[in-house]
Ligand binder design. Structure first.
Ligand SMILES: [Zn+2]
Ligand SMILES: [Zn+2]
Length: 154
């Protein structure tokens, strides 16, 4: 459940668990190359009169190309988020706070899923930490072994 009733939050923290399909309207216009759904697991807590603290983990997979060897791949995206939702007018100027309309009847965490996921995406993933990349001279994929022109210099 990614939309929580404010009355429920008055009684105590609420688990926010759900999944958003790659074509969910939440991700519209972001241009994310999602490979499958995004899993959301978190907990929403009322932290003030009109403030709600959300701590969650977002997990999904993305399509991309390795920045060194350019191989097409899918890679995991996992990010921990800690954000504040607030209907307090004084918080409205704080760009890190997700605004709510007062009086708060429910808190929808999906705008935060959208933004935090977009922030967490690496535009330049690696297929693996020690990817050898391409030879700058002949363009051979050095993960497959040395090419003719990379003989060690003496
Ligand atoms: Zn690579
Ligand atoms: Zn080469």
């Amino acid at each position: 459940m990614l939309q929580v009733d404010a009355r429920e939050l008055q009684r105590g923290p609420v688990e926010t668990v759900g999944r958003l399909e790659a074509d969910d309207a939440t991700f519209e216009g972001l241009g994310l190359a999602l490979d499958g759904p995004v899993q959301v697991a978190g907990r929403l807590t009322q932290s003030g009169d009109q403030d709600f603290f959300w701590k969650a983990r977002l997990s999904g997979r993305l399509h991309g190309s390795c920045r060194r060897c350019l191989t097409d791949m899918t890679y995991p995206l996992d990010t921990d988020v800690e954000v504040l939702f607030s209907a307090d007018p004084e918080a409205a100027d704080d760009p890190s706070v997700y605004p709510l309309e007062a009086p708060v009847s429910r808190v929808d965490v999906r705008p935060a899923v959208r933004e935090e996921l977009a922030l967490a995406v690496s535009a330049y993933p690696l297929c693996r930490e020690d990817c050898a990349g391409l030879c700058p001279r002949c363009g051979a994929d050095l993960n497959a072994g040395p090419c003719g022109c990379t003989a060690p210099e003496r």
